[in-house]
Design a binder for this molecule. Structure first.
Ligand code: FMN
Length: 195
């Protein structure tokens, strides 16, 4: 079975990212249930809130490619990411880039990310977080991830929150469904490389 990890990229108090990610998770779940067959059961979702994971700033002495981890939080993060076949990053735009919490979580590991398809759900103001997503792309490439083509983008995020809950629409749900299907297909195609 394919396992997809969803990572909530923002950690600050008052963030909208958690609600956006929950909405994305629920739409992905619907698509996976719709597509499930007796031979190919629905992919499972692992929801990672970086605020809850609470990784410190990178505190390992060795390059992560060596996998000589010295801290229990790194070992746990390594095992959790290793178990995933594909990843979704729910990524806010901060100062024309992406969140430092996301960069830190990526930098902790290296080979664990390789040969995994990744989808970016970006959000922000007028630019829909696309400058943040563009800044993220080469980082993902450097750790061997493969970005899928569907890009759910959410503009004017503040106007889409009602009582702290993100209000997505049908168009966005369609792009999330397309991203979900691309992640499953690409995860299966890349499985031999992941070993
Ligand atoms: C430090 C900071 C920098 C921001 N920079 C941008 C930006 O460059 N472009 C943009 O469209 N929105 C920017 N915003 C607005 C955010 O997209 C918006 O506040 C969003 O809710 C942030 O996601 P979060 O609530 O999950 O942290 C910025 C917000 C913060 C807190």
């Amino acid at each position: 079975m394919t396992r997809i990890m969803i990572i909530v990229g923002s950690t600050r108090p008052g963030r909208v990212g958690l609600s956006v990610a929950e909405w994305v998770r629920d739409r992905m779940h619907e698509t996976l249930e719709q597509d499930a067959t007796a031979e190919a059961p629905a992919a499972s979702l692992d929801f990672v809130d970086l605020a809850e994971l609470n990784l410190p700033l990178l505190d390992e002495p060795h390059h992560p490619a060596k996998k000589q981890y010295t801290k229990p939080h790194t070992v746990a993060w390594s095992e959790r990411v290793s178990a995933a076949d594909a990843v979704v990053l729910v990524s806010p735009e901060y100062n024309h880039s992406y969140a430092p919490s996301l960069k830190n979580a990526i930098d902790f590991l290296f080979t664990e990310w390789a040969h995994k398809p990744v989808g970016i759900v970006s959000y922000g103001g007028g630019s829909s977080g696309t400058r943040g997503a563009a800044a993220l792309a080469p980082v993902l490439g450097s750790v061997g991830m493969v970005k899928v083509a569907a890009n759910p983008e959410i503009g004017m995020i503040g106007s889409k929150m009602v009582d702290g809950v993100f209000q997505g629409d049908e168009k966005l749900a369609g792009t999330v469904a397309a991203m979900t299907r691309m992640l499953v297909q690409t995860a299966e195609a890349l499985r031999p490389l992941r070993g």
